[in-house]
Each structure stands twice: as structure tokens, then as C-alpha cells.
Design a protein around this ligand. Structure first.
Ligand SMILES: NC(=O)c1ccc[n+]([C@@H]2O[C@H](COP(=O)([O-])OP(=O)(O)OC[C@H]3O[C@@H](n4cnc5c(N)ncnc54)[C@H](OP(=O)(O)O)[C@@H]3O)[C@@H](O)[C@H]2O)c1
Length: 307
């Protein structure tokens, strides 16, 4: 099969389009012929060596996908060859920048016809992450105020829609060019972080969802009310210690499971969320998508079209 192979840690030029062995379906697994895979911020971090430091090269990046089941392993009874499916590889496993992937059947879901492959891939890891963070970890309630850092990104964009659906007041940060986009997702207040310090514009938040990290995390503590919750998916500066003991600092465990993918589909059917803005690339052009991802200023999701 064709795949994008990471040949060594380094720049986007380390991604080579070439041949890789076809995967086989082990017990409890299916092989999916991938139609679309999404690019997540985690991918360039793995590429440069910041995560999964001991990977074996050539390595195939990529965590989420949408496609069609082409082989079924022993013990799989709920999926069949020809089913449209989408999902996220298990924690610690990658390989969706490719024409095929083997994945545990239990952690993926059937894709409805009304959702395109690109849209399903774009929603897979972002929706799991936002659902685990906002519903299962922060337990955001109607009437609460949440500040979502980095609203134009993949995870945060889903988070804005989810938080609005749950009945929260949603404040977010974005560059001026993305303000109309994040408002269209449901943000009640948008702060242009390039010209204003969010820490002086917001106070008394019940929840902060930090998808940016670094100095943004440091400043986020000042906007929380006593007893507030800071839930994060992007790391703080090295050796950072939370400056307050009267707020909770929470990291979601983004477990891959069918239940959360189906929760996302139910939200989609209810009209509570919609797919993000998508920029499409051919699989062979993954390096180009990585340059955009690594710039940290994009809107919505970058998706690799495989078929
Ligand atoms: N399992 C997990 O824990 C998990 C899962 C998924 C993602 N993550 C992490 O979550 C983070 C976000 O991932 P993602 O894929 O959603 O990222 P992304 O789609 O690449 O988001 C980048 C966005 O960040 C915004 N941004 C950059 N600097 C900003 C700042 N200082 N203030 C506000 N917004 C800023 C940019 O918007 P503008 O152009 O408007 O600046 C851009 O839209 C990453 O660190 C990723 O590794 C963790």
C-alpha cells in the first residue's frame, strides 16, 4: 500500500510518500481502506521528536481516519466488509497517513451516509478530546461560563459548539481573521489575543479549556473563580506549577471508544454541532499540511484525502 513514511525525526521533508506493507486484521481488529485521515497538532510533535521518542523508522503518523472495512479479524461480529467506519487509533498507536490501517473494531464506529469521509476524519479525534475534556472531566453545566483558548483550532472549535449546546456562556480567543468563524460556531465573546490580554478582559470563569498551552496556560489561572476548573490538552511551560490551590487543574484521559464517537454523531444529528472548516490535501502532500499545522495558525482542520 501507499503511505507517508516518517524516515527520521526532523522537518516536514522527513515525510516521504512511498510503499509500506499491507496491515492484516488480528483478533478483534478490522482493516480499513482509508478514504481520509486528519492532521492533528500531535502529528508534527511526533515528527520532530517531542513525543513517542523511541519510535521505529520508517514510522507512519496519523491517528484518525474514515474509510471502508476491507478485512475482518477473528472475533469481530459487529462490523463487516463494506461498512463505512471512522475513528481514532488506540492510545500510543499511529498509522493513518496510509491507504490501510488495522484497528480494534471495538473503538471505531459506523459512519452515516450523510457524513463525508473528510468530515468524519476531521471530527474523530477532535470530538473525542473535547467530549472527554468538557463533559467527562470539567463536567460543564448550563449557566456556567467557559473560556476556550484557541477557538479556531480543531479541538477548540468542537469545544465551542459543545459548550454552547450544554448551555454555557462561551468566551474564546482567536486571531481577528478567525472571529467570524468562532462566532459562527457559537462563541458569545471573542478576544483577539494579538491585541488584548485575555487575562484583563475576562474574570470569574467557572472553567477554562486550554488547547494552546505555554504562557496561555499561565495566564489562564487569573480568570478562574475560586473553585473553578482548568482542563488542559496542551502542555504548560517546563517546570510550571499551578499558582493557585483554590482551583482544580485537570487533564482528560482521551480514551478511544465507540460510545464517544456515537455521542458525537448524536450531537451532529441533533444539529448541535457541525463539521469544522476543512482544508484538503492529497496524501502525497502531507508535508505541506504539516507546515501549516506547525505554524499553529489555521482554521478548523487539515485533512489528507487518501482515495
Ligand atoms: N489527547 C490529547 O490530550 C489531545 C488530543 C488532541 C489535541 N491535543 C493537543 O491540543 C492542542 C490543540 O490541538 P488542535 O489539533 O486542536 O490544534 P490546531 O487545530 O492545530 O489549533 C491551532 C489553533 O490555535 C490557535 N492559536 C495559536 N496560538 C494561539 C494563542 N496564543 N491564543 C489563542 N489561539 C491560538 C490558532 O488560531 P489563530 O490562527 O486564530 O491564532 C489555531 O487555530 C495541541 O497542543 C494538541 O497536541 C491533545
Amino acid at each position: 500500500m501507499k503511505a507517508v513514511l516518517l524516515t527520521s525525526h526532523g522537518g516536514p521533508e522527513m515525510l516521504r510518500y512511498g510503499e509500506a506493507p499491507d496491515p492484516t486484521a488480528g483478533p478483534g481488529e478490522v482493516v480499513v481502506d482509508i478514504h481520509a485521515a486528519s492532521v492533528n497538532a500531535a502529528d508534527y510533535k511526533v515528527r520532530v521528536g517531542g513525543a513517542y521518542g523511541n519510535i521505529k523508522f520508517p514510522h507512519i503518523l496519523g491517528r484518525d481516519f474514515s474509510g471502508v472495512v476491507s478485512a475482518v479479524g477473528p472475533g469481530v461480529t459487529d462490523l463487516a466488509i463494506g461498512d463505512d467506519v471512522f475513528g481514532v487509533t488506540d492510545q500510543g498507536i499511529e498509522g493513518t497517513y496510509a491507504e490501510k490501517v488495522a484497528v480494534k473494531a471495538a473503538i471505531i464506529a459506523k459512519k452515516p451516509d450523510h457524513l463525508g469521509h473528510a468530515e468524519a476524519a476531521a471530527l474523530a479525534l477532535t470530538s473525542l478530546t473535547a467530549l472527554w475534556a468538557i463533559e467527562d472531566t470539567a463536567h460543564l453545566k448550563a449557566g456556567e461560563t467557559i473560556l476556550i483558548q484557541g477557538g479556531a483550532g480543531g479541538v477548540a472549535g468542537f469545544g465551542i459548539q459543545l459548550a454552547k449546546h450544554l448551555g454555557a456562556v462561551v468566551i474564546t480567543t482567536a486571531s481577528a481573521g478567525n472571529h467570524a468563524y468562532v462566532r459562527s460556531l457559537g462563541a458569545d465573546q471573542v478576544i483577539d489575543y494579538n491585541v488584548e490580554d485575555f487575562a484583563t478582559k475576562v474574570s470569574n470563569c467557572d472553567v477554562v479549556f486550554d488547547t494552546v498551552g505555554g504562557d496561555v496556560r499561565v495566564g489562564s489561572y487569573t480568570v478562574l473563580r475560586p473553585g473553578g476548573r482548568l482542563v488542559w490538552v496542551a502542555p504548560a511551560p517546563e517546570r510550571f506549577r499551578p499558582p493557585r490551590t483554590d482551583v482544580d487543574t485537570l487533564r482528560p484521559n482521551v480514551i478511544r471508544d465507540r460510545a464517544h464517537l456515537e455521542r458525537m454523531l448524536a450531537l451532529l444529528d441533533a444539529g448541535a454541532v457541525r463539521p469544522p472548516t476543512i482544508t484538503r490535501y492529497k496524501l502525497a502532500n502531507a508535508a505541506e499540511a504539516h507546515r501549516v499545522s506547525e505554524s499553529r495558525h489555521l482554521r478548523g482542520k487539515l485533512v489528507l484525502e487518501v482515495r
